[in-house]
Design a binder for this molecule. Sequence first.
Ligand SMILES: Cc1ncc(COP(=O)(O)O)c(C=O)c1O
Length: 370
Amino acid sequence: MSQSNTWLTHANPSLATIQPYQPGKPESELIREIGIDSAQIIKLNSNESLWGPSPHIRKLYQNPPPLQYYPDGNGFELKHTLAKFHNIPTEYLTLGNGSNDILELIARAFLQPGTSAIYSQHAFIVYHLVTLTQQAKPIKTTAKNYRHNLNAMKQAIESDTKIIFIANPNNPTGTFIPYAEIQNFLQEIPKHILVVLDEAYYDYLPPKQQSNPITWLQDYPNLIIVRTLSKIYGLAALRIGYAISHPDLSDLFNRVRPPFNTNTLAQQCAITAIKDQAHIQKVTQETLQQKTWLQQQLTQLNIPYINSHANFLCVEFENAEQINQNLSQNGILVRPIAGYEMPSHLRITVGKNTHNQRLIQTLHKLLKPK
Ligand SMILES: Cc1ncc(COP(=O)(O)O)c(C=O)c1O
């Protein structure tokens, strides 16, 4: 809907500056557009797991919970599973309808007119959206080689700054800030400013690069760690994300959380998914292998990409929009990211070997001199 919307002048003033979030095109839309068979479509446009969730989840679908009852609004069982998994008390947890919901709860609890939030250029766009929705001031710092520049973020702090958002690894660039740098950053910034460490892609980091920032919460009660079951856990459709923070913060997030924001089936599936860590290890390993293979193939094709620490690659083309259209005509959905000030890049999820083979063969065909 454009600026000519007759309700715009009556609505919350922030809406004049906000455009709806543009999700990756669903398969069904491509089917409607080009009449392709669904079996021919490869969906590499939303960083979902092409391996899907734990096979144990299927049993839950065969025995769904009675749908006439409201979910457990406090997610008791799921919180207990997560608390055991992360070795924290349940009071540290806030459940969200995806981690997107968590980002909104944090913004709702802390941002308002007269406050500001800091995030990096090329960072996950929801930080910008939730800041504007709360009519707070967005402060976007310049990235360095597509990576968040923590020094610039520190310098950008103003007297009214309430939140600093850090995506690590970041979407859509796949860039990563080593944990030691984040720890130094936490040491240097004022303790009244919340640092939201969004770790949607944490599980894709090789063990050498992983750390456990949850253990830092004692020293940094202003730290909020955000995780999701939408990526490696393969449960994007069910919408479960969570925050780990000091209980005084989770108390506030729960005050602004809509009742029943996570549903019964999603809670049950999340519990099963978290308990199946063998599946997570298998998917991590295979994704990393496939990412390496894709990188080698792109290098052979002379196609530049940003070194990625997640389950996707940010790939540069001379005519990214044309390549995007041609790939989608061939049934391959990838993500244009011009909205992230990266009009020459496409973000491509790492799929299974068959998906990646088809992607590379199609790129070969498209880029072959005519
Ligand atoms: C960095 C980052 N954070 C959060 C999200 C939100 O994911 P969800 O709401 O599915 O948990 C995404 C989704 O792409 C993401 O890339």
